[in-house]
Design a binder for this molecule. Structure first.
Ligand SMILES: Cc1cc2nc3c(=O)[nH]c(=O)nc-3n(C[C@H](O)[C@H](O)[C@H](O)COP(=O)(O)OP(=O)(O)OC[C@H]3O[C@@H](n4cnc5c(N)ncnc54)[C@H](O)[C@@H]3O)c2cc1C
Length: 559
């Protein structure tokens, strides 16, 4: 008998039932790719009542959606390229994404220093920030403020004083891209979507009219094959969009992708103890980069370079690191940053649309939809910030093809764990949970970081920590175990890397602590998921490879 959807958990523990259901159902829509784009489409479609499946070849957000600058922003620099419509669309979306996911999309004050010889003048910046606020209909309380040189230096004392002319203060939002993707997917699942990671599409089957009717899938955990039947197929494979198109009979015709690599470096907060985030000019090439303080670290980036290497494994090079470090030392001379100070990094690929004669920095960040004769709908380009709007466009098209006429309902839809009407409600929730958590000896800091990751769902984590009280006497380990259990049972975590990199961000934000933690976590996972010793060893090796890879550039020469 086919398993009932309502009885299937979003957990690797229910993988067999998920695959059975995927193999035996005709879906209205199959979404290929579990990054933010695919997740947004699955949620929008499921919320409109469509029967939806989503398949991801590795883990959710494993591609670009865990390696961005992690900002929900309007893209101030796109004003320079006269992309007013794009700035208006993503700028307006910021407040919506914040409202629907307050725990992971938090307001972030940004300082734009204006310097001698920089690419921005005071008048130009004031105008740009005014246009930015106006296009995005920013609330008065969050509108831009121009500062003189002395006030700019006070706002951020680490800025270079010589040549500092003025500054602009404005608001963006900070997020965790992979967690945002996970919350969207959990919400899609609540609306009935069937989502499976480690399920890779490697071909299509066609009907007599040459329209796609099935996707061929490899189960990347067990190695078996199955296929999924759907009326419509959407290719949301990010940097792999053209690879998927190449599987299709229509191939890659007309527009194609142009990949650009972006790198971020992570340093201990004390090395650049910023009072707030700064968005500044790189003197060498007039690009703009961010320096963003976040708990115990500050992260810096990004670069924007043509990419033609191994698409599965983009990584920071010695050259990327040198570029970012030089730019930071130029703007914050007292940091005196060296490559040895870097404690982690990440590198992602922007799936941009190629335009003849344009350099990567000039390429538009707009999203585009490609339609193939076989019915495959591909979407590429765009931003994390605009995920909901991109999904709306795609699902409008899908609905039209299916002859369904249901409007998009995600504008006021709170994501999983985000049921807070106001930021004050979120604060009250935090204070209450801190009180409860005293009984399991959890610190405010621990509760805060869990809240920022899981929102109201931390109640399940705290409850489990209470249950583990006898089993695990160390309070921090107990909370860590409870978090791990939550991610396995409710977020389909299947590997050590899934937990340490994408669900909890620890490899990027807490790498030094992992050296003493990952063995313990691997053992706990092995016990819960009945791994064989070979599976445990494979998981450890996969993690150790990633652990070393984020700092591999330290051992290489500048090319
Ligand atoms: C350095 C950098 C900084 C950025 N900063 C920001 C920012 O601050 N704010 C912002 O709004 N945007 C930012 N962006 C842009 C944003 O991150 C991307 O637009 C977005 O993450 C792309 O998401 P995606 O879902 O389209 O692609 P991805 O996240 O790459 O997802 C595609 C998924 O498809 C899967 N897949 C591929 N092939 C198959 C297959 N055959 N079968 C099944 N699954 C498959 C992949 O494994 C992958 O997980 C940044 C991008 C970069 C690179």
């Amino acid at each position: 008998m086919q398993p009932k959807l309502s009885s299937i958990k979003f957990s690797v523990e229910d993988r067999k039932s998920q695959i059975e259901l995927l193999s035996n159902t005709e879906f209205d829509l199959l979404v290929i790719g579990g990054g933010i784009t695919g997740a947004g489409i699955a949620l929008d479609a499921a919320q409109r009542g469509l029967k939806v499946a989503l398949l991801e070849k590795k883990d959710y957000a494993w591609g670009t959606s865990s390696r961005s600058t992690k900002l929900i922003h309007g893209g101030l620099r796109y004003l320079k390229q006269m992309e007013f419509k794009l700035v208006q669309e993503v700028g307006t979306e910021r407040a919506i994404v914040h409202r629907n996911a307050r725990h992971i999309v938090v307001p972030e004050k940004m300082l734009l220093p204006i310097t001698e010889g920089g690419s921005l003048s005071k008048n130009m910046s004031a105008w740009a920030l005014w246009v930015y606020d106006w296009l995005a209909a920013v609330d008065k309380s969050e509108s831009k403020k121009m500062l003189n040189a002395a006030d700019t230096a006070m706002a951020e004392p680490l800025l270079r004083k010589e040549g500092l002319k003025a500054g602009g203060l404005y608001f963006e939002y900070r997020t965790d891209d992979a967690r945002l993707t996970a919350e969207i997917l959990k919400t899609a699942v609540e609306f009935g979507a069937i989502c499976l990671n480690y399920a890779e599409i490697n071909g299509f089957e066609y009907d007599s009219g040459n329209l796609i009717k099935k996707a061929k899938v490899i189960d990347n955990l067990q190695g078996s094959a199955f296929s999924v039947n759907a009326k419509i197929f959407v290719n949301a494979a990010g940097p792999w969009v053209d690879n998927l198109r190449a599987f299709d009979t229509d191939g890659v015709k007309g527009k194609r992708l142009h990949l650009s690599k972006g790198v971020h470096l992570v340093i201990p907060f004390e090395k650049l103890a910023l009072k707030q985030s700064v968005y500044f000019d790189v003197k060498a090439d007039k690009r703009m980069i961010f320096a963003i303080p976040r708990d115990s670290i500050t992260y810096l980036g990004t670069t924007d370079t043509n990419f033609s290497g191994d698409i599965e494994n983009p990584e920071a090079s010695a050259q990327d690191a040198a570029y970012i470090i030089a730019a930071v030392n130029e703007m914050f001379p007292s940091a005196d940053l060296k490559v040895e100070d870097v404690i982690s990094s990440w590198a992602g690929l922007r799936p941009l649309i190629h335009q003849d004669g344009k350099s990567v920095s000039e390429l538009s960040r707009k999203d585009e939809i490609f339609l193939s004769k076989s019915g495959l709908i591909s979407i590429a380009g765009g931003k994390l910030t605009g995920y909901r709007k991109m999904a709306e466009k795609v699902v409008n098209l899908v609905s039209k093809k299916l002859g369904r006429n249901v409007a998009c309902g995600t504008k006021n839809l709170k994501l999983s764990g985000a049921d807070f009407e106001t930021n004050e409600a979120l604060d009250r929730f935090f204070n209450l949970r801190c009180g409860q958590a005293k009984q399991i000896s959890a610190s405010h800091r621990e509760i805060k970081s869990l809240l920022n990751r899981y929102g109201a769902n931390i109640d399940l984590i705290i409850a489990n920590a209470f249950e583990l009280y006898q089993q695990e006497p160390d309070p921090s380990k107990r909370l860590l175990l409870a978090e791990l259990n939550y991610c396995i049972e409710y977020e389909q975590v299947a590997s050590l890397c899934d937990f340490l990199i994408r669900r909890s961000g620890r490899l990027y934000f807490n790498r030094p602590e992992l050296e003493n933690q990952y063995h313990f976590i691997a053992e706990a996972m092995a016990k819960k998921l009945n791994w064989t010793s070979t599976e445990t060893a494979e998981n450890m090796l996969e993690f150790e490879t990633e652990y070393n890879r984020v700092l591999a550039f330290k051992n290489s020469e500048i090319a």
